[in-house]
Write a new protein. Structure first.
Length: 232
């Protein structure tokens, strides 16, 4: 069973050339309002790169296919959460170099057939995180990989106005070249908290709960995908 490659590819289209998002905890101004768009992006990059954890959530559309994710990522350790495509969702955990997934019967039936759906109902599958059928999930479950993808240099930037996102005061900068807008906290550390993309393949991704406590643990009795494939 091999996961659809559209998941990480579509997210990269939305996120590449932008910076990650988070939220500030202090009420004092951090001074980004007086900076240029490039300086704001650079400040956000530094703040995000020093984070230990982040909560990533949101949805986009790619090739008329809606994709959603809700993930908690831990620097140097892995991540956990849920990803869905066209309404078919699966839980995912990456820890200690191994990726685990657990899907609904509909999910397993779509990617493995009816026999797989019966065999795997309520079960976890496991495979190496860096190779094999689950390797395409690496950029979504590994904080350092995700940072490396989304912290690339942006295109032409335009500075926007201050507003609020989920109660957080933010300043927007827009990547005019790609139709993406990043909202950066104006108080506390200059974490950005949201990125949006316009158009038919657009959507919104939020990055919150920076440095919150996240516990990762491998699920028990997971089925080794390589062994399963060898047996069948």
């Amino acid at each position: 069973m091999r996961l659809s490659p559209v998941l990480p590819a579509a997210l990269a289209l939305l996120l590449v050339a932008a910076v990650l998002a988070g939220c500030g905890s202090s009420s004092s101004s951090n001074g980004i309002a007086s900076k240029t768009p490039a300086e704001i992006a650079a400040a956000a990059k530094v703040a995000a790169a020093g984070a230990s954890t982040v909560h990533v959530s949101g949805s986009i559309v790619s090739s008329n296919s809606p994709i959603a994710l809700d993930m908690e990522l831990v620097a140097g350790k892995g991540g956990r959460g849920q990803i869905s495509e066209n309404g078919l969702s699966f839980d995912v955990i990456q820890v200690a170099g191994t990726t685990y997934i657990s899907g609904s019967p509909a999910f397993y039936s779509r990617f493995g057939g009816s026999a797989a759906a019966q065999l795997l109902q309520g079960k976890w599958l496991k495979a190496p995180a860096r190779s094999g059928s689950f390797s395409t999930l690496g950029s979504l479950t590994n904080l350092s990989q995700l940072l490396g993808t989304v912290l690339a240099e942006p295109g032409t930037l335009a500075k926007g106005t201050t507003s609020t996102v989920d109660g957080q005061s933010v300043l927007s900068i827009t990547d005019v070249s790609h139709g993406r807008t990043l909202y950066v906290a104006t108080t506390g550390k200059p974490y950005p908290i949201e990125i949006t993309k316009s158009g038919g393949t657009g959507g919104k991704i939020s990055f919150t709960d920076w440095n919150a406590s996240v516990a990762l643990a491998a699920p028990k009795d997971a089925i080794d995908l390589a062994q399963l494939q060898a047996d069948h």
